[in-house]
Design a protein around this ligand. Structure first.
Ligand SMILES: Cc1cc2nc3c(=O)[nH]c(=O)nc-3n(C[C@H](O)[C@H](O)[C@H](O)COP(=O)(O)OP(=O)(O)OC[C@H]3O[C@@H](n4cnc5c(N)ncnc54)[C@H](O)[C@@H]3O)c2cc1C
Length: 294
């Protein structure tokens, strides 16, 4: 990984991005020597092997070891790798992202600096209606006229709020107060550093279709920037975490019964719906469909 510069992926619009700015391990084995992974995975197997005082090792062991660690939830070796990003995102995305506590960040100070007039205005195609099935979600379709009026309102109100903001900072209102009038679609930036274990947790939650579409785009970019650096880890993570299905005892029995549709096995309606969703996922996997990205 030595010699690699900043790698940036644009997200949402001309203001949003995720840039990978640093990665640990920086010192990695020579490619192919001894069959180990030449990339970031090497830090994970290096740490895991200390418990066996080096242990025996044959070509191909690294991938097998990483799969074993992931399969059995031995996650501390994945904390030996770290990644650091420079991110530009709307404040409402930052508020969701910052809930992931096992990370370190430094954010631009709107007390210290004036915020530029960078606002996220969703494209028409991603403006959906309130979801009927999920109180936290949105559906695909929304009347084009309503979507258009919503965009215009966001554009004009954001521009007006920023114009007023600059009037008041010009009148010497402290920046820490003037910012109170800015909406949550204004852009902020931070440097975010996190170990790989917790990045995987972040990705599992935020690439999932239950997460808001906007933060999903950021999570996808984080994934795309680092997955090639930790190929064995991401392969195992997809296999044993995100694309696995966790079944209760009753659900295993129902699947094994050979029923053609998911039987009612849960009294709780929500759990029953989740079971029906799992049933669908099992069928989709069986037919080769469905990937991580919704
Ligand atoms: C789809 C979705 C909807 C959400 N809706 C809401 C909502 O309506 N309201 C809301 O407030 N939040 C909401 N959240 C945020 C959510 O509740 C979590 O705060 C967020 O996803 C961070 O995940 P986490 O707590 O598992 O772990 P992180 O903070 O990412 O930490 C990683 C892991 O470290 C460990 N850890 C971290 N801190 C501690 C600790 N203090 N003690 C013990 N273990 C710890 C845990 O194992 C944890 O899983 C939502 C998240 C998602 C993905």
């Amino acid at each position: 990984m030595l010699g690699l510069g900043r790698v940036e992926i644009p997200v949402l619009d001309e203001y949003g991005f995720v840039a990978l700015v640093d990665v640990m391990p920086r010192m990695v084995p020579v490619a192919g020597a001894g069959g180990e992974s030449p990339l970031g995975d090497s830090a994970i197997v290096q740490a895991a092997r200390v418990s066996r005082a080096g242990g025996t090792k044959a070509p191909g062991d690294d991938r097998v070891l990483i799969r074993y660690l992931m399969r059995h939830g031995h996650m501390s070796p994945f904390e030996q790798a770290e990644v650091k990003f420079h991110v530009s995102m709307p404040i409402f995305v930052a508020r969701q992202w910052v809930r992931h506590r096992a990370a370190h960040l430094n954010e631009v100070s709107a007390r210290y600096s004036e915020l530029p007039d960078h606002f996220y205005i969703p494209r028409r195609g991603v403006i959906g209606g309130q979801s009927r099935a999920n109180r936290q979600g949105r559906d695909d379709a929304l009347d084009a006229d309503v979507a258009g009026r919503f965009r215009s309102w966001l554009e004009s109100s954001s521009a007006r709020q920023h114009a007023d903001y600059t009037v008041f900072t010009g009148d010497n209102v402290a920046r820490e107060l003037a910012r109170l009038g800015l909406p949550v679609n204004v852009y902020t930036q931070w440097y975010w550093k996190c170990d790989l274990r917790n990045v995987l947790h972040f990705l599992a939650l935020r690439m999932d279709r239950h997460a808001q579409w906007e933060i999903r785009q950021y999570a996808n970019a984080v994934h795309d920037l680092i997955a090639p650096l930790f190929p064995f880890t991401f392969e195992a993570w997809r296999e044993y975490e995100v694309e696995s299905v966790r079944l209760t005892r009753a659900e295993v029995a129902a699947l094994a019964s050979g029923a053609s549709a998911p039987p009612v096995i849960h009294e709780n309606q929500r759990e029953q719906r989740e079971w029906e969703d799992k049933w669908g996922r099992v069928r989709e996997y069986a037919s080769g469909g469905r990937t991580l990205r919704a």
